[in-house]
Design a protein around this ligand. Structure first.
Ligand SMILES: NC(=O)c1ccc[n+]([C@@H]2O[C@H](COP(=O)([O-])OP(=O)(O)OC[C@H]3O[C@@H](n4cnc5c(N)ncnc54)[C@H](OP(=O)(O)O)[C@@H]3O)[C@@H](O)[C@H]2O)c1
Length: 286
């Protein structure tokens, strides 16, 4: 049985569906009990509900596990402590395989949420556990909160230089790769960069959307202050706001470029490109 943490989030649900498609036995860790039915319907055999910061709960969640697929809550101030706790508990329970859902370029100290992931990766190397690390690029699905504004107003707002080049990946491809990696012993000990596209600027992204929508899309750079005010209104915590502002400044200066050959090799096909993703959103035929 595989314990899947973060199962109620967007990554967790996608990974769960990919695991269910391969008939893996999954115990899904959720944070809100009301999600249980939805998660069981997506293919989990069982759910356990609790707080990943609670050591006793993590013990309960990992009892009897063959493998753990660990997805930390997004931009969480305690990502390192949560990671350490899950790794130590996995060791205690003699788990056969630990898979960590990391991020593209965890080596970037200027982005605290990337840096915390690098430190969790380091703990994993030192744990003696058989492990696999996935380093996914930003998801294409991150466009979704902007989608209504893009298609109705023709404006795509970003809080960093629209010329900054960033690789993207379709979350469905990430989940498919996760199931492939977990499903065979031959990937153990590996670190896998999971990027789907070459580095694209947000202007490139807007041009692709524009072409498929048959409508002009203007990319507008909003100030960090405007973004911060909106984030505060939406109830984002101080840690998340600071981490994401640092991320935008990093993108501004350096972009975040990966390479999609590893994902292509894992999937045995070309990864989903942004135009495929946009076509799917628009309900167009491929
Ligand atoms: N988004 C990207 O482009 C991207 C790219 C690469 C890697 N990643 C990584 O993927 C991971 C997951 O991201 P995501 O966007 O899928 O996250 P998400 O949608 O925010 O999901 C996180 C899940 O964890 C739950 N949760 C929050 N606090 C918890 C706690 N203390 N104990 C137990 N569960 C808790 C959340 O519940 P509530 O909803 O109730 O809060 C939610 O169900 C992150 O580590 C992120 O860095 C993301």
């Amino acid at each position: 049985m595989i314990v899947l943490t973060g199962a109620g989030g967007k990554t967790g649900k996608a990974v769960l569906e990919a695991f269910a498609a391969k008939s893996f036995d999954v115990r899904a860790v959720i944070f809100r009990q009301e999600q249980s039915k939805e998660i069981l319907d997506l293919g989990a055999q069982e759910t356990v509900c609790g707080d990943m910061r609670d050591q006793q709960f993590v013990h309960l969640a990992l009892e009897g596990a063959r493998a753990v697929y660990h997805i930390c809550p997004n931009v969480h101030p305690e990502e390192f402590a949560i990671g350490r706790n899950v790794i130590e508990t996995a060791k205690y329970h003699s788990v056969e395989l630990f898979v960590y859902h990391s991020v593209l370029h965890p080596q970037t100290e200027k982005m605290v949420h990337h840096w915390q992931k690098l430190r969790v990766e380091e703990l994993l190397f030192e744990s003696g556990l058989a492990h696999i690390i996935l380093q996914p690029a930003p998801y294409m699905q991150n466009l979704l909160p902007y989608w209504e504004q893009i298609i109705h107003k023709g404006i795509y707002s970003v809080p960093y230089n629209p010329a900054a080049k960033i690789s993207l990946v379709d979350l469905a491809d990430v989940a498919e790769a996760a199931a492939i990696l977990v499903g065979s012993n031959k990937y153990r000990g590996g670190i896998f960069e999971i990027a789907g596209t070459w580095a694209l600027s947000q202007r490139d992204a807007a041009a692709i959307i524009s072409q498929h929508l048959d409508k002009d899309i203007r990319v507008e750079q909003i100030s960090l202050d405007t973004w911060r005010q909106k984030a505060q209104q939406n109830g984002l915590g101080n840690y998340e706001i600071k981490a994401l502002l640092d991320m935008f400044q990093y993108y501004d200066q350096y972009g975040l470029a990966g390479n999609n050959r590893i994902l292509s090799w894992l999937l045995g096909r070309e990864p989903t490109q942004l135009y495929h993703f946009v076509n799917q959103l628009l309900g167009n035929q491929p």
